[in-house]
Ligand binder design. Structure first.
Ligand code: ADP
Ligand code: MG
Length: 238
C-alpha cells in the first residue's frame, strides 16, 4: 500500500496543454474517484501515474518516491482497462499469471497467487476457459484478477465498467468495492458517471478542462458544491 501525491502536474500534447498544474494527495488505502466530462483529462492523469505517458511538468510520487522517471513496470501499480485487454489465445489461468511470468516469478508462487485471486473473484471454476467462453462480467473479473496477482501498491481503473450493461455495472461496482474492503489497496478509479463516483468513492476529485474543480467526500460535494459546475455535474442544487 502507499499514498499517492500529485504536485503541480502538467501535461502538453505538442502545443496543447491538457492538464494545467494539478495538485492533490491520496491517502494510503483510500478509494479515490476521478470524475468529469469526456475529454477533461482523467485518462491522461491516470496514464501519467501509470507511466504510460510522460509528465510535462510537476511531480508525481508513490509513497516517498518521485516516480516521474521510473519505468512503468517498476512503479508497483496495476491498471484495469475498459477493454479488458485479455489475451484471446490464453486461458484465464494463463492470462492471470502472465505478468508474473514476464517478471520471471517462481512458478509455485505464480500458481499460488493465481489460485488465491481466483478464489477472491469467484473464478475458480473458469480457470481453464478462454476469454471468448466468458461473459462480459467474467472477463472484467479476470482483468481484475490479473491486477490482483501482482499485489501492487496502487490499483488504477479507467472506466472499467463502460462496456457492461446497466444491471451488471451496478453488480460490478459492489464487487470492486468489496474487493477494496478486503485488500485495502490504494485505488484511483476513473469514470465519467456521477452515480458511480457517488456510490464508490471515499473521496471524489471533480475534473473539468484539465483542472480540479473540487475534492471531497460524496456527501461534501453534494451538500456543499464549490461552484456551479460541480453542482450541475454532481446533480445537487447550487
Ligand atoms: P478523459 O479521459 O477525461 O475523457 P483524456 O485524458 O483522454 O480525457 O483527454 C484529455 C484531452 O487530451 C482531450 O482533449 C484529448 O483529446 C487530449 N488527448 C488525449 N490523448 C492525446 C494524445 N495522445 N495526443 C493528443 N491529444 C490527446
Ligand atoms: Mg478517458
Amino acid at each position: 500500500m502507499a499514498n499517492v501525491s500529485f504536485s503541480k502536474v502538467e501535461k502538453n500534447f505538442g502545443k496543447f496543454k491538457v492538464i494545467h498544474g494539478i495538485s492533490f494527495d491520496i491517502a494510503d488505502g483510500e478509494f479515490v474517484v476521478l470524475v468529469g466530462p469526456s475529454g477533461c483529462g482523467k485518462s491522461t492523469l491516470l496514464r501519467m501515474l501509470a507511466g504510460l505517458e510522460p509528465i510535462s511538468g510537476g511531480e508525481i510520487s508513490i509513497g516517498e518516491r518521485v516516480i516521474n522517471d521510473v519505468d512503468s513496470k517498476d512503479r508497483d501499480i496495476a491498471m484495469v482497462f475498459q477493454s479488458y485487454a485479455l489475451y484471446p489465445h490464453m486461458t484465464v489461468r494463463d492470462n492471470m499469471g502472465f505478468s508474473l511470468k514476464l517478471r520471471k516469478a517462481d512458478q509455485a508462487l505464480t500458481a499460488q497467487r493465481v489460485n488465491n485471486a481466483a478464489r477472491i473473484l469467484n473464478l475458480d471454476a473458469l480457470l481453464e476457459r478462454y476469454p471468448r467462453e466468458l461473459s462480459g462480467g467474467q472477463r472484467q473479473r479476470v482483468a481484475m484478477g490479473r491486477a490482483i496477482v501482482r499485489d501492487p501498491k496502487v490499483f488504477l481503473f479507467d472506466e472499467p465498467l463502460s462496456n457492461l450493461d446497466a444491471k451488471l455495472r451496478v453488480a460490478m461496482r459492489a464487487e470492486i468495492k468489496a474487493l477494496h474492503q478486503r485488500l485495502k489497496t490504494t485505488t484511483v478509479y476513473v469514470t465519467h458517471d456521477q452515480i458511480e463516483a457517488m456510490t464508490m468513492a471515499d473521496r471524489i476529485v471533480v475534473m473539468h478542462d484539465g483542472i480540479v474543480e473540487q475534492i471531497g467526500t460524496p456527501l461534501e460535494l453534494f451538500d456543499r458544491p464549490g461552484n456551479l459546475f460541480v453542482a450541475q455535474f454532481i446533480g445537487s442544487p447550487a
